[in-house]
Design a protein around this ligand. Structure first.
Ligand code: 26Q
Length: 803
């Protein structure tokens, strides 16, 4: 976007005065932010409109990314960067006597996602727009996002996330695009004009779905795509039927709050309502769009791709069938061909407890017509496959079985592509978890390793590192991240290595200022910063990290004169409110922090910082300051992970199991530049199969580990009587499901190697440089290019496509 500083200052001041009718000098940062956001939205509205029109007029194929979560982070800076006016605006604001960073911070970070899956969806939106691909997001406009986390006496307490308190400058409400979503009622057959019997719905509850659109600004390419989030309202003409507040609330509830569970399926009706609500609204709006093209239904898959992000939107499959059958009068065969060709599905988990299934009775009652369609999909699926695969295999792939509708089965049968999110994850899907389906449909399966947007996670989060890279290899890497590898040429350049060290130190100082001001914890910026930031879950093994910290603590207590590398252990993690074990681990970490941080003898040899309310904004502060990246999940459990990529991109060295995308990180950066430990996925499988794992024996025969574990129950760590006992028992007596005891020794050994290497700053910085320079392949731009070419078959609309 062309904008001079002079013009910006004039126009922005004018916008402010138009909005508020007083002088900007007397305003708050929130008001300044609000005016700036509105100013920007106005300035790209023309491009937004043009992008839309171009897609429609040229009838290009578009993708619709259906996701129950989007986790975009603050949008002001990223929009400025992508519009190409970050420096102009920043300078202009300084001229006006305003504090740019204060303005940036007054934007509320929208928490419309739990973690990895939602953040991935937003990285993808950024890459789709930046590559000039015609693509749109479809999701839910939650009134309240993921809870705000507070610690009270070390326990997690959840507070509501009222993210819309100050309004939302980026969204545009579009009443004119509202659609009706129907729940409940009965299905009957009524004779149509042509004499056919047609399914008709009676006594349904009709909900108005109102879209709020947000522009997805492409990186300096004038492309503005659309993210459409739906809000539930009472249709005005039906107001009269709502007599009580409770009845009205029931409607608003649908889009009231994001479910805070990221790895456990809880089968509540409201959640199913949410899933159908945004999928049905999305399908209807795609259909409305398609009708404008005037093309025949047979061409639908040539113009529309619909991607379902995990199984949460998989009702899109029977919903598209329903519309084609009941509203557009297509035959089953025609509708099914179109549906399969249109839909594609990404799986994000292999955890059994996270697999979605809904009781038949619930689906029947809430979505009677959809249930009929699913039944027919299932009937035909079974009928067709029985003769080919025999009854055992075929019935294991049933969509309806054991009283449930199995959403993954529906998603696989109803789409043409099924992908995992890292090489190992896809292998496990094909050969283990989804092997029955892989036998039936080998060609559907493919891998798309996750990626992250380097724009948010490097350009914005780490401007100094970005400048250093620019000064060494030029700026082409910004549109072609593969070029980052050119940075490897500086592996022996002392000046570059020292510079890397200095930049890291400055970022660490920034984080230290945060912990001092916000948490009252003083940390030494010269200490090694060790980071584990992700949702709290047993399989991610934050507890293994804790056992290592306890081991260090004991070492220091045994010999207070010990010369040990000072370390700060940084945690950020929310636990699902109903996940009591995860919450007990939070309490344990906080209690341990209390003990260690206040122990004079320990001093700054060891500190623990558990940041409250970890989310995208805190990630942007922590990741540039990180030196060690903890990626220590039990092999075979983490589908991909994406913080591993962000941390590597910012020069942290990874300590990892061979899990998720860590495997590919190892392949690209080389085994010498990261620290591997622990069981691999084969070994885990064998131990699980032959039942030969006995953690109790390890406890009894490994004196050091025994000592470490005993601190959980012997009063060493104060105020964790209950939690310490539960955690101890889970490891020692209740079979240690995630093999912490087994992996303990090799983890400690890897940590010792890290300490040793850290003594040699040059060698450390060389490995750090290798990590930065090897992270290009994990750009979401590449991931999205592969989705676009191999699954969606959509083309970039840029004249000058980045190669
Ligand atoms: C489903 C039904 C009912 C309630 C909640 C849910 C639900 C919501 C969110 C289930 C799962 C999620 C999110 C899962 C998730 O974030 N998975 C992560 O996805 C990342 C992106 O692919 C991977 O990198 C992580 O490995 C994976 O854990």
């Amino acid at each position: 976007m062309d904008l001079t500083k002079k013009r910006f200052k004039e126009e922005f001041s004018q916008t402010f005065e138009n909005m508020y009718a007083f002088d900007i000098k007397n305003s708050t940062a929130i008001q300044q932010y609000t005016a700036l956001g509105n100013y920007l939205r106005f300035s790209y509205s023309d491009d937004w409109n043009k992008t839309n029109k171009k897609y429609l007029n040229e009838q290009v194929k578009q993708v619709y990314y259906f996701s129950i979560e989007f986790l975009p982070g603050r949008m002001l800076k990223s929009n400025l960067l992508n519009l190409g006016i970050l420096d102009t605006v920043r300078d202009g604001l300084v001229d006006l006597g305003l504090d740019f960073e204060e303005i940036v911070k007054s934007e509320v970070d929208p928490g419309l996602g739990n973690g990895g899956l939602g953040r991935l969806a937003s990285c993808f939106m950024d890459s789709i727009a930046s590559l000039g691909l015609p693509g749109n997001g479809n999701g839910i406009r939650y009134r309240y996002g993921l809870f705000q986390q507070k610690f009270v006496d070390g326990y997690q307490v959840e507070l509501p996330d009222n993210w819309l308190r100050n309004g939302n400058v980026w969204e545009v409400r579009k009443e004119n695009k509202a659609v009706t979503v129907r729940f409940g009622g009965q299905v009957g057959l009524v004779e149509a004009a042509n004499g056919h019997l047609k399914p008709t719905y009676f006594n349904t509850q009709n909900i108005l779905a109102v879209p709020y659109d947000t522009g997805m600004v492409g990186y300096q390419n004038d492309v503005i795509n659309n993210l459409r989030l739906w809000s539930a309202e009472i249709p005005p003409e039906e107001e009269i039927h709502y007599h009580t507040i409770a009845e009205r609330e029931q409607v608003n509830q649908i889009t009231e709050v994001l479910y805070p569970d990221d790895s456990n399926h809880e089968g509540q009706t409201l959640r199913l309502r949410q899933e159908y609500f945004f999928t049905s609204a999305g399908i209807q709006s795609v259909i409305q769009y398609y009708k404008q093209t005037g093309l025949s239904w047979q061409n639908f898959p040539d113009k529309i791709a619909i991607h379902i992000n995990d199984t949460h939107p998989s009702l899109a499959i029977p919903e598209l069938m329903r519309v084609l059958l009941d509203e557009e009068d297509l035959s089953w065969e025609q509708a099914w061909e179109i549906t399969k060709k249109t839909m594609s599905y990404t799986n994000h988990t292999v955890l059994q407890e996270a697999m979605e299934k809904w009781p038949i009775d619930m689906v029947k009652k809430l979505l009677p017509r959809i249930y009929q369609v699913i039944e027919e999909i299932n009937r035909r699926h079974i009928e067709k496959k029985l003769s080919l695969y025999g009854s055992d295999l075929t019935y294991r792939t049933a969509i309806i079985a054991d009283g449930y509708v199995k959403m993954a089965h529906l998603a696989i049968v109803g789409s043409h592509s099924v992908n995992g999110v890292a090489k190992l994850h896809t292998e496990i899907l094909m050969h283990d978890v989804l092997n029955d389906f892989y036998q039936m449909y080998p060609a559907k399966f493919n891998n798309k390793t996750n990626g992250i947007t380097q724009r948010r996670w490097l350009h914005l989060a780490n401007e100094e590192l970005t400048k250093l890279i620019d000064s060494k290899i030029g700026t082409d890497w910004k549109t072609n991240p593969a070029e980052l590898k050119l940075f490897k040429a500086f592996i022996a350049d002392q000046e570059t290595l020292d510079k890397l060290g200095t930049i890291k130190l400055v970022n660490k100082e920034k984080f230290a200022a945060y912990t001092k001001n916000e948490m009252g914890i003083e940390i030494n910026p010269e200490a090694l910063f060790d980071v584990q930031i992700k949702r709290l879950h047993a399989y991610k093994r934050q507890l293994l990290n804790v056992l290592h910290i306890i081991d260090r603590y004991l070492k220091i207590k045994e010999d207070p004169t010990l010369a040990i590398q000072p370390r700060v252990f940084i945690f950020g993690a929310k636990a699902a409110p109903s996940y009591s074990y995860a919450k007990q681990i939070i309490k344990l970490i906080n209690a341990l922090a209390e003990l260690i941080n206040n122990d004079q003898e320990v001093d700054d040899k060891l500190k623990i910082v558990f940041v409250e309310n970890y989310g995208v904004s805190l990630a942007e502060l922590i990741i540039p300051a990180a030196e060690v990246s903890e990626q220590i999940s039990l092999a075979g459990k983490e589908a991909s992970g994406t913080s591993n990529m962000k941390l590597m991109l910012n020069g942290a060295l990874t300590i990892a199991t061979l899990d998720g995308a860590n495997v590919e990180i190892r392949d690209f950066v080389g085994e010498d530049n990261l620290f591997l430990f622990g069981l691999n996925d084969q070994e885990v499988q064998i131990l699980n199969k032959n039942g030969s794992y006995h953690p109790r024996e390890i406890y009894e025969t490994n004196p050091r580990l025994k000592q470490v574990l005993n601190t959980l129950i012997d009063g060493t760590i104060p105020d964790i009587e209950m939690e310490g006992r539960v955690i101890f028992d889970s490891l020692v007596y209740h079979n240690d499901e995630y093999f912490l005891l087994k992996d303990f020794d090799s983890y400690i050994q890897a940590q010792e190697e890290i300490d040793l290497l850290y003594q040699n700053k040059t060698k450390w910085n060389q490995k750090s440089l290798m990590n930065i320079a090897s992270s290009g392949p994990f750009s979401a731009d590449f991931t999205i290019q592969r989705y676009a070419e191999e699954i969606w078959k959509i083309d970039s609309q840029l004249i000058d496509v980045h190669q």
